[in-house]
Ligand binder design. Structure first.
Ligand SMILES: C[S@@+](CC[C@H](N)C(=O)[O-])C[C@H]1O[C@@H](n2cnc3c(N)ncnc32)[C@H](O)[C@@H]1O
Length: 341
């Protein structure tokens, strides 16, 4: 074997090991290790006691976190957090703890059925849970809270980028359709103090959403409307936000959701889709990896998929809209503006 061939094999081993090491990160999130280290370095014995873990095994997990640059071992058995590790804390603006917990539990069980989905074209979530994700959320409050918090964590990061990319100045009343805990509408309302919001979602998001809107200081300007976007959406707003909604659903289901939005909207209102745009052709890059991961996640978990700009334009056209503008943000999301046609 010459060194370049060996390097290729080593690279493949590294890729294959990613799943195992990401599970180590998820377990650290489940145990709350980063919250324990938030106040400063701790010895593994104290960490084990506070997190209810077996100390020698936790030590092994902590060393894995060091190898991933999430922790430092300052001296034998004494650990602290790195800047990236701090994102596993539950109480920071950059927290991804719930996302890590969701990845290591519900999503991992879906991904375990990827072969089934690739062979059949059917989602695996029904095999794993007996229901689609959103059906499951209505039956399992604890899972729903982890899911909703995970979405809010990602959306909080994306919200900044959406605000940079889009001017909401002329939108006095804005509906966040399928807005979950309201991370996006909260960011928009914080930036536009004269605007009012409606957070529209299924009942599982209601209680958590109230807490999140209050924490963001916008609860007086944002009502929560419970409903089903396959039936109708709240009427008479200037703006309708749909962040990572259409990617969950098939073309037919998307057309129903969009047609219901169109029915609720005045001719001057705008519809904003915040979605990843599928490239026409993939290459090897972190951005394309992120989009491919999301696309496969939709394959195993939902009836949807990621779409190209032309596919979004087609969906909008079949629901009474035209695609007016597309703005790429600094993260993997774009803002697609639809206007009534
Ligand atoms: C992928 S999450 C996106 C949440 C939020 N827009 C975000 O990006 O953070 C999809 C959301 O759609 C909501 N949803 C699913 N089916 C729905 C329905 N039939 N009517 C209203 N909301 C629904 C879910 O409850 C969930 O909050």
């Amino acid at each position: 074997l010459d060194p370049p061939q060996l390097a290729q094999a080593v690279e493949l081993i590294r890729l294959l090991n990613c799943g195992a090491m990401s599970q180590a990160v998820c377990v650290a999130a489940q145990l709350g290790v980063a919250d324990e280290l938030a106040s400063g370095p701790k010895h593994v014995a104290a960490l084990a006691q506070h997190t209810g873990a077996h100390a020698p095994s936790l030590h092994r997990l902590m060393r894995a976190l060091v190898s991933l640059d999430l922790c430092l071992e300052i001296e034998d058995g004494l650990f602290s957090l790195t800047a990236t590790g701090s994102c596993l804390r539950s109480d920071t603006a950059l927290s991804l703890r719930s996302w890590a917990m969701l990845s290591g539990t519900h999503m991992r069980s879906m991904w375990g059925h990827l072969l089934y989905s690739v062979k059949t074209g059917c989602r695996a979530s029904e095999l794993a849970t007996g229901a689609g994700t959103f059906g499951l959320l209505s039956r399992d409050g604890e899972n729903a809270a982890v899911f909703n918090r995970a979405m809010a964590e990602i959306t909080r990061l994306v919200g900044h980028e959406v605000l940079r990319a889009y001017d909401f100045r002329n939108m006095r009343r804005i509906v966040d359709v399928g807005g979950g805990y309201g991370a996006l509408i909260a960011a928009v309302l914080q930036a536009y103090p004269d605007s009012q919001g409606v957070l529209f979602d299924l009942p599982h998001a209601l209680n958590g959403a109230r807490i999140h809107l209050a924490e963001a200081g916008v609860e007086k300007r944002c009502e929560f409307a419970v409903g089903d976007f396959f039936e109708s959406v709240p009427a008479a707003a200037d703006g309708y936000l749909l962040k990572t909604i259409l990617h969950d659903w098939s073309d037919e289901e998307c057309t129903t959701i969009l047609t219901n939005c169109r029915r609720a909207m005045a001719p001057s209102a705008k519809l904003l889709l915040i979605e990843r745009i599928l490239p026409d052709r993939f290459s090897s890059s972190p951005l394309h990896q992120a989009i491919a991961r999301a696309d496969l996640s939709m394959l195993v978990g939902h009836t949807g998929r990621e779409r190209t700009e032309a596919e979004f334009a087609g969906l909008l056209a079949s629901s009474g809209f035209k695609l007016a503008r597309v703005t790429v943000t600094g993260l993997e999301f774009s803002v697609l503006e639809g206007v009534p046609d």
